[in-house]
Every structure is written in C-alpha cells, then in structure tokens.
Design a protein. Structure first.
Length: 289
C-alpha cells in the first residue's frame, strides 16, 4: 500500500469536510487571470510548467515521488509512491520556518508579497476558496455569486520552493534498497515534485446576509462550532460573529502550484539510468485519473 498522506485543507473552514469524513482529492485548475499575474512573479520563467491545484493543501508538494510505468508515463495519483512528509520520513513540523523550508530540503528565497487589488481579491477569494469549499460540502457553489456576499482574500507572501538536489539525492541514496521509491530511482523511472508555489498566512473574510444566504451561513457556522475541538490539531481556525461575518485563517504554508519532473528520454536511457536529478525535465502532473 502506498504511503500517502491525506491533504489537510488549508482554509480553516475545510475542517467541516474533514469532520464529516468527506473524501478530498487533489484536483487541478488553471489559476484565474487575476491570481495568475501575481503568481507568475513568484514562479519565474518556468511558470508554464506548473500544475495548479483548485484548492491549496499542506502536502503533495516538493519531494512527492512517483513510480512511472515507462518513460512515456506521467505522474498521477495512480502511480504516486508517497507525499512530501512521508517521502522524507518526517512528521509535518509545527514550526512555520521548518514547514516552509521542509527541514532545509528546499531553497525558498525570501518570498514575494502578492500585490492584489481589492476588487481582484474578492474574485480570488470566491474562486480559490469559497466556491471549492461549498462544492466539497455538497452546497451549490453558485450561491456564492450572491450580490449580498462579500469575500476578501489576502496572503502574506508567495514562495517558490525548489528542491535542493544534493539533499534529495543523498536521501535517495540512503534509502532502503527494497523501497518502492529507491526501486523507481534505480530503474530511472522516478518522477518527483521539484518545485512548488506556496502561499503563506492565508486569510479569507466572508460577509453575508444571514437571511438571504442562509445555506452558506449555516455551513460556516457549523465550521466555527467545530473549530474549538478540531481546529487545534488541523492548524485551522474559524471565527464568526452574529452579524454574518466570518474570518478564515491559516498561518501555515498552503501549496497551490507544483512542478513535476522525470528523467529525459533517450535511446539508451533505461540501459544506463540517469541518476543526475538536476537534468530531469518537466512533465505534466495529471493528479486524479
């Protein structure tokens, strides 16, 4: 059985879905034009090679590994071996710096503040957070288009985290030779997440009309009620007030974009597997198939 970790959704309201045992899978969607322009500055020249998650998660980022069936295969949930923390054999850290640097396995730079206009921030809050969340709860996401709902989204910084290749190679070389990850590496059939885009300290404010937006209000209220028992273990907080205002915040690292790579193809590739991870080339990450 693959050593996978279930993603904890990093927008605090999502603990409702977890508490209700709703199965969440990694899904992908192209970022909205408003968010895309802001993220392009963080990702750099390889922006086009990223796959973008429809909802940020705290796992499945850098160092996530896959075993391909052949060099024409692509990484997906089907051939995933492990996720970030399980691939490295470490628990998710409580310290935010260790979480962002993945215990020094990555270079993350200083991070870049995202400059997003207030008008655009509302659209991003709806598209990136509120609508996917409502859909996961079985609530009609189009209800969020109500003109009586105001959503504001902000995040402290966007980081492009890149795997420190020497550290990853040392980790792979030291693995149990019977492990699935080492077997894929040894056969030249390993794919892995080389870089990701992380948003830190996400905060979403939602203001609604309790009379007109009753279904959404009820869902958010249930999330707030469960926050006292579930929020601490998930690192998620939900706060509300009686006037229909909710604040969703997570101070941790929320992964939104991933860059997968695999060994380049060549006439003698599988006869002499290439262990030079620095030469691996981008490949589309399919996610759930």
């Amino acid at each position: 059985m693959n050593a996978r970790s279930t993603p904890q959704l990093l927008i605090r309201i999502a603990l409702v879905a977890i508490a209700a045992n709703i199965c969440m899978t990694v899904a992908f969607a192209s970022p909205s034009g408003d968010l895309k322009s802001a993220l392009r500055k963080a990702s750099g020249d390889d922006f086009r090679d990223y796959s973008w998650l429809s909802l940020p998660v705290d796992n499945f980022g850098v160092c996530t590994m896959f075993r391909l069936a052949s060099l024409s295969d692509k990484p997906s949930d089907r051939n995933q071996i492990c996720a970030t923390w399980s691939c490295l054999g470490k628990a998710k850290p409580h310290d935010i710096r260790d979480e962002i640097t993945v215990y020094s396995f990555v270079d993350e730079g200083n991070g870049r503040p995202l400059q997003i206009e207030e008008r655009k921030a509302r659209k991003i809050g709806l598209a990136l957070v509120l609508k996917p969340l409502l859909a996961s709860l079985g609530i009609d996401a189009t209800l969020a288009d109500s003109k009586t709902i105001t959503t504001r989204f902000k995040t402290d910084r966007a980081y492009r985290r890149g795997v420190t290749i020497d550290s990853l190679k040392t980790h792979l070389d030291g693995m149990d030779k019977s492990s699935e990850a080492y077997a894929a590496y040894d056969a030249g059939l390993l794919a892995f997440i080389k870089a990701d885009i992380v948003l830190s300290d996400i905060e979403v404010s939602v203001t609604l009309d309790k009379a007109k937006d009753g279904a959404i209000d009820a869902a958010l209220a249930r999330a707030a009620e469960r926050a006292s028992t579930a929020g601490e273990s998930l690192g998620i907080t939900v706060s509300d007030s009686t006037d229909g205002h909710y604040v969703l915040r997570n101070p941790g690292a929320a992964i939104y974009g991933v860059l997968a790579v695999k060994q380049p193809r060549g006439p003698k590739t599988l006869l002499t597997p290439n262990r030079d991870l620095a030469t691996y080339v981008p490949v589309a990450y399919r996610g759930k198939e």
